[in-house]
Design a protein around this ligand. Structure first.
Ligand SMILES: *Cc1c(COP(=O)(O)O)cnc(C)c1O
Length: 461
């Protein structure tokens, strides 16, 4: 106890720490600074009483405080490096915005703007007017509106067109998207009644037709997105549903999940249905996400027949689901890039990563490899290997694209510890672990990520 009391009395006072030059000028709110100092002092006190500390210096305490101040002064939501190779990683913020989109956000957010002001008429305007024309031009739809995300879009469509009525969906399409978007649950929230038809693997047109009655509001088709049913299967084509809808005067709504606007098969990628095709095939309403394969900000886009979209704009829910100015700015700029497909592919990061030439990927892997080799080859085994990247974002779940990865096998440290420390870097680095190797897929890296990865591994290993 003698020694413990001595140690406790050695702990510096809060005021002394506050006036220390290293702490004094730290740019962080004073309240927060004091909280952090107390927190560190408390942890010392506890460790002393528990007998975990035998000795410490004043500078030890200051160092600990500075470390925590550094962490706390940074924003909690921050940039990370995605070395997983999953292009649209929902946990890592999905699509990275194009430069045009970022510039548009900065301009609109840092000054007043015409969000709800009609500059021609000099009177109140609609926030949806900024993007409706361009969305219609690109998708071929009669009308469009946008909300917070695709879950909200589906909810708004169902609430507007099917509240208190029945919606027919195939059992094979009752999907759960990550983050607990479940088609049946969304349906319940919207006040529509789900009528499931068919079986998990097969649904026939007569299943839909048999379910139609005077209480039916619409037929819903949901893109399976993140799973596939293989083998003995049957799905009804959109055209057939549209025919059926016409026969009974029922709108056909399609939730296609990812907002694909380009035929990816042209670029040697798997085919994904596009929004334009759904419109052309006669879907009355189509909903999709802004931040999946479209490569824009989080948003839910609703396109389709004007008389239906007009009803949605008047729904009270719209106010609660409404999109904000920064998202609108980014969305407009992203759609504009699609006016020129080549530009879209080059400038929208998600599209660029998807269509990246394998030779360029290999070159980047070699570059990272040789930089690492120079610095850490004494502490890790390094290799370049062929591997596969994933699309992510609940799209094309079974398809992968060839890529190159740099593999790192630490000689003196446990792989899990290295992975954890990579996550704890000032710019956290998110990697995969496979067979005792750290895997760095260079497809999802940006050029300025490379030196950070090299420096971090040098520090950690
Ligand atoms: C991803 C997805 C959603 C949810 O979209 P968010 O924009 O994430 O809300 C809904 N339906 C389908 C089919 C999806 O793939």
């Amino acid at each position: 106890m003698q020694n413990k009391n001595l140690l406790l009395s050695k702990l510096p006072k809060v005021d002394r720490i506050l006036s220390d030059d290293r702490i004094k000028d730290f740019d962080i709110a004073r309240n927060l600074k004091i909280d952090i100092i107390r927190k560190i002092l408390d942890s010392y006190r506890k460790d002393i009483l528990d007998g975990n500390i035998e000795e410490f210096t004043y500078d030890d305490v200051i160092d600990k405080i500075i470390k925590l101040l550094n962490v706390k002064s940074k924003n909690h939501l921050k940039r990370v490096i995605n070395a997983t190779g999953t292009i649209l990683h929902t946990n890592l913020g999905r699509a990275v915005l194009s430069k045009d989109a970022i510039d548009a956000v900065v301009e609109v957010a840092s000054r007043y703007n015409n969000l709800e002001y009609d500059l021609e008429k000099g009177e109140r305007g609609s926030r949806y007017s900024h993007v409706e024309e361009i969305i219609c031009k690109i998708t071929g739809a009669e009308a469009a509106m946008v909300v917070n995300n695709n879950a909200a879009a589906v909810m708004l469509v169902l609430s507007t067109l099917a509240k208190g009525k029945e919606v027919i969906v195939s059992r094979s399409q009752l999907v759960e998207i990550g983050g607990s978007f479940r088609v049946p649950a969304v349906m319940e929230q919207s006040g529509a009644k789900l009528v499931e038809v068919g079986t998990t693997n097969k649904t026939h047109l007569y299943d839909y037709e048999n379910a139609i009655n005077e209480n039916t509001a619409l037929i819903l088709k949901v893109h399976q997105s993140n799973f596939k049913i293989l083998g003995f299967t049957k799905e009804i084509f959109l055209e057939e549903l549209v025919e059926l809808g016409k026969k009974y005067n029922l709108p056909v709504v399609e939730d296609i999940g990812s907002g694909v606007l380009i035929d990816f098969s042209k670029y040697g990628l798997p085919y994904e249905p596009t929004v334009q095709e759904s419109i052309k095939r006669g879907a009355d309403v189509v909903t999709f996400s802004g931040d999946k394969l479209l490569g824009g900000p989080q948003a839910g886009i609703i396109v389709g027949k004007k008389h239906l979209i007009d009803r949605m704009k008047k729904n009270q829910l719209t106010r609660a689901l409404r999109i904000d100015k920064m998202t609108l700015a980014a969305l407009e700029a992203t759609f504009k890039l699609y006016l020129d497909e080549e530009r879209a592919i080059k400038e929208i990061p998600a599209l660029r990563m998807m269509t990246m030439d394998i030779e360029i990927i290999q070159k980047r892997a070699k570059k990272l490899y040789s930089q690492l080799k120079k610095i850490i080859s004494d502490r890790a085994e390094l290799n370049i290997e062929k591997d596969v990247s994933q699309f992510g974002g609940g799209a094309m779940p079974l398809e992968t694209i060839s890529t190159y990865v740099v593999t790192i096998k630490p000689k003196f440290k446990k792989i899990e510890d290295v992975e954890l420390e990579l996550r704890r870097q000032e710019v956290p680095i998110i990697v995969r672990i496979y067979k005792e190797n750290i895997i760095i897929d260079v497809r999802t890296l940006f050029d300025d990520d490379l030196h950070i990865i090299v420096d971090s591994l040098n520090k950690i290993l």
